[in-house]
Design a protein around this ligand. Sequence first.
Ligand code: HEM
Length: 438
Amino acid sequence: MGLPLVGETLNAMTPSYSIDLHPFVKKRLQKYGPIFRTSLVGRPIVVSTDPEFNSYLSQQEGKLVELGFFDSFAKILKLSGEISTAGSIIHKYLRSITLNHFGAETLKEKLLPLIEKTVVKTLDSWSSQASVEVKHASSVMLLNFGAKHTIGYDAETSSDNFSDKFSRIMNSLLSFPLNVPGTAYHNGLKDRDMIITMLKDMLKKRRMSPDTHRGDFIDQISSDMDKEKFLSEDFVVYVLFGMLFAGFHPISSIMALAFSVLAEHPAALEELTAENEALLKNRENPNSSLTWDEYKSMTFTHQIVNETLRLGNLGPALFRRALKDIPVNGFTIPAGWTIMVLTSALQLSPNTFMDPLEFNPWRWKDLDSLVVSKNFMPFGRGSRQCAGAEYSRVFLATFLHVLVTKYSWKTIKAGRIARKNMLVLGASIHIKLSEKKN
Ligand code: HEM
């Protein structure tokens, strides 16, 4: 359990320059086996990489476990107890409103061409720059797109610069939770408060002019405030904040990682390009937008997305809180403890994925779907599975589609892949993008 108060936090936060599981986890798995305990940021925690126990827990939402967070995360992101219980009215509401605005139907009917347009415009601007830092530049694209469809934010006319503020909040999540002026954590809290104030103002404006229907997320949630008691002003603002936050960091990290792995695997890049160029060749009008059927048919592109999600392990753990004492393998997880379900250990397990650290998109052709469902869960599983999963997949596939059909790139500065701490992947890579000559 490490030292009093800090526990083993400092070990877990040490950066590691490999795509592999963080050494903090690896060492303890070797020493103690697939379930071990530790103490991080002041909390006693059980870490589980045991597929059977993890699978059992996923069926115990609301019975033995509920959503649990580190206190420091919860404080920055203003996560509240109200969303912890799976299946509660609040959880169901949040799930349904997210799917309503970012789920498969909306993607198919409305968002896909808008995503393509945004990617085309963004890559066009990247191609005029001498060097682009992919992680940051794609975060800006994703945040601005997500904010437009969540709160009607217009990055071109607004002076608020959401993307810089959110990047700083992200950094504060990676820092030691010391709330003293000058620290990244303190600055993150300040940026969060500024954004919360802006969101409050936006919500007030929408509430004052209910007739100007824009059909976005904030429109729906502000009109639902008249029907649902739990939608207080504070709660709605934190939901809006959470939606904006969810929409940029993981997808942009996967985009940065994709540039790295594709540059190192020319055969994969070649097959990806051939698949996407074939889509254009088979169209009556090569300039028409990507259709839903085309998106669904991009088999190899989906394999690239899966393999990058597997290696990237962007949601490397699910956090739960034990509601009761939970017996496991002759031990007891005491009620109130946090349980970290380490899905990343499964995604990098040689038992399922041969040579697990190898980027091998072809492996997905032969993997059994049942094995995949138990061992590959970048978006979680069960009743809490990510409501933005399809949106993320569509964004990633569309991004790759436009990238490889229109552009080639040179790596200017190879990003060192790093796990910035045991939970977060960093992959800063600088590229020069050039339009392909036909
Ligand atoms: C690559 C991108 C993403 C990854 C890897 C990811 C990962 C996850 C994971 C692992 C969970 C389950 C958490 C748990 O069980 O404790 C989750 C839940 C969730 N995600 Fe995502 N996410 C991504 C993008 C998004 C986006 C873009 C949105 C919004 C548009 C979003 C909205 C949500 C919501 C609302 C939930 C809660 C679902 C529920 O409790 O029913 N996510 N995400």
